[in-house]
Design a protein around this ligand. Structure first.
Ligand code: T46
Length: 133
């Protein structure tokens, strides 16, 4: 089974342009407690390199693109996030890395929990230990 679970955000367009609505428990498969966005990532810089114990997220590039790598300790898969109407579900206990940000990339992330540094697993070895125990 693929690690890559996408959610489609139908564009509510008319002759003026497009609009996407993101709603808790509807277009986003959990209650949203936090929203953040990553922009201005410098050329050649990669981000992420951690997993979360509890947090679930949906990530969508509202402009530009970046490559998302997901790894559950058994499988590692990657995908381009390059559409404002395509969200990627990132489950808990999934290692993530983001690479190859375009200059204009704005990566919007919808999160199921408030920010907590205690929820992060920032060592890949610890992550592998925890998913295999
Ligand atoms: C993830 C990927 C996709 C906060 O204070 N509050 C927040 O809500 C977040 C997300 C971060 N921060 C602070 C913690 C660090 O001092 O902002 C700084 C940068 O965070 P971090 O190095 O964790 O950023 P990324 O891009 O490596 O990872 C982020 C999220 O942290 C992470 O949950 O899944 O984006």
């Amino acid at each position: 089974m693929s690690l890559l679970e996408f959610v489609d955000f139908p564009p509510l367009g008319d002759e003026r342009g497009s609009l996407v609505a993101l709603e808790s428990d509807k277009t986003v498969p959990f209650p949203i407690k936090r929203v953040y966005y990553i922009f201005g990532t410098q050329p050649g810089v990669s981000r992420g390199f951690h997993a979360h114990k509890k947090l679930k997220q949906v990530a969508v590039c509202v402009t530009g693109k970046c490559k998302m790598v997901l790894d559950n300790g058994k499988q590692r898969e990657e995908t381009w996030l390059d559409s404002p109407t395509k969200g990627l579900v990132i489950d808990n206990m999934t290692w993530r890395e983001m690479h190859d940000f375009s200059e204009d990339c704005v990566l919007l992330v919808l999160a199921s929990e408030h920010y907590s540094e205690e929820d992060y697993i920032r060592s890949y070895d610890d992550f592998i230990r925890q998913v295999t125990e």
